[in-house]
Design a protein around this ligand. Structure first.
Ligand code: SAM
Length: 354
């Protein structure tokens, strides 16, 4: 392993604005000693579900096509991220990434990058079943499927679409194609699906999927998030505790968002991502790229840096890399949801990339 100079780590203070000079270091370092190696890439802001906690029934004003990065532009940015900035993991998301035309080809191009990044995708799974083998062939390593209920009516109530079967088929096809571990992301909504928490876990354990519950975050397009309504990590653990015995997993967490628990002594596990009540910002390894080419150092950033203008204006690889480095150097200590005066970012989750 090569030692890198990260500058002098600072004691995190949520409202601290980084001002220290950046040491000469190629990686995506910040002033708190963190190094971003995990890139979340949004491929489109469009989605074919309308989850009530994410966007309104009528959808949103989608980005005009000319604003979205082309495949060539995107691959160039990813090459810079991997070759010059030390990114080792690329997670494709959206919107719904499967809506991006020709995605299998794009994945194949990403798999050609060196050093070869680990490639994963977060998806609602619709239409994935018949494409799973092609994605595995293209070089996708793993998949996270979002599934908030295994009850058809509850699923439809949350997503406003009767598509549960498609998602279940996607999960099975991902497993058959070897895209493992197959992970499930679930959000619990008070009065809607909280009573199904144990059924979801039973379903995941029975099928060998890794389930992670995510606390609902203030990132919905309609700004309807309400702290009192959110089901907290503690509540999730209590709900699961009615049927299962959970003990902390001995596995190392590193920069992973999920706290993991062994279920009934293991080997089955469940994860809880307590983004709001148990923030893990101090270990964050993530950097984000939106479909229209903006870099964000955090899901909750209120500022972002446009790389598309640089790309389209003839910027060199080194110009782009330096702009990306400078953005990450300015990463704040934490997301500030729990601070007085927290302001939700203008872009909703679906346009940032979840
Ligand atoms: N369409 C893809 C999918 O469904 O996985 C990728 C994008 S979606 C925004 C990514 C994840 O964010 C999903 O698991 C979704 O449930 C979650 N999500 C959306 N809005 C959220 C919110 N306000 N709080 C927590 N999770 C949210």
């Amino acid at each position: 392993m090569t030692a890198v100079d990260l500058g002098t780590p600072r004691v995190p203070g949520a409202r601290d604005t980084p001002s220290a000079p950046r040491p000469d270091n190629p990686a995506l370092i910040d002033t708190f000693g963190r190094v971003a190696t995990d890139l979340r890439v949004s491929l489109t802001d469009k989605c074919n579900l309308r989850c009530t906690y994410c966007m309104p029934a009528e959808g949103l004003d989608w980005m005009p096509g000319e604003q979205v990065l082309t495949d060539d532009e995107l691959v160039r940015l990813l090459r810079i991220a991997v070759e010059l900035l030390g990114v080792t993991d690329i997670r494709l998301t959206g919107g719904e990434p499967l809506l991006r035309p020709g995605l299998e080809n794009l994945v194949a191009r990403m798999a050609q990058l060196r050093p070869r990044p680990r490639l994963s995708m977060t998806t609602n799974g619709i239409g994935f079943a018949k494409r799973a083998a092609a994605f595995a062939e293209a070089g996708l390593d793993r998949i996270n499927v979002s599934l908030d209920s295994v009850d058809r009516r509850t699923f439809e109530r949350i997503t406003r679409r009767d598509r549960l079967r498609h998602v279940l088929d996607a999960l099975a096809a991902a497993k058959d194609a070897g895209l493992e571990p197959v992970k499930i992301n679930a959000v619990l909504i008070r009065g809607v699906n909280e009573h199904e928490a144990t059924a979801l876990l039973r379903f995941a354990l029975d099928n060998g999927y890794h389930l992670r519950f995510i606390e609902q975050m203030p990132l919905d397009a309609q700004h309807g998030w309400n702290r009192a309504e959110m089901i907290t990590a503690d509540e999730i653990l209590d709900l699961l505790g009615t049927e299962f015995t959970l003990t902390p997993s001995p596995a190392k967490r590193g920069g992973a968002p999920a706290e993991r628990w062994l279920v009934d002594g293991g080997p089955g596990e469940v994860g809880v991502i307590g983004s709001v009540t148990r923030p893990f910002c101090a270990a964050c390894e993530r950097t984000r790229l939106t479909a229209d080419g903006a870099i964000r150092s955090c899901l909750f950033s209120t500022e972002e840096t446009d790389l598309r203008a640089l790309l389209r204006g003839g910027g060199s690889d080194e110009d782009i890399a330096n702009t990306w480095r400078a953005t990450m150097w300015g990463k704040l200590a934490g997301h500030e949801i729990n601070e007085a005066g927290f302001a939700q970012p203008i872009r909703p989750m679906s346009a940032i990339g979840g």
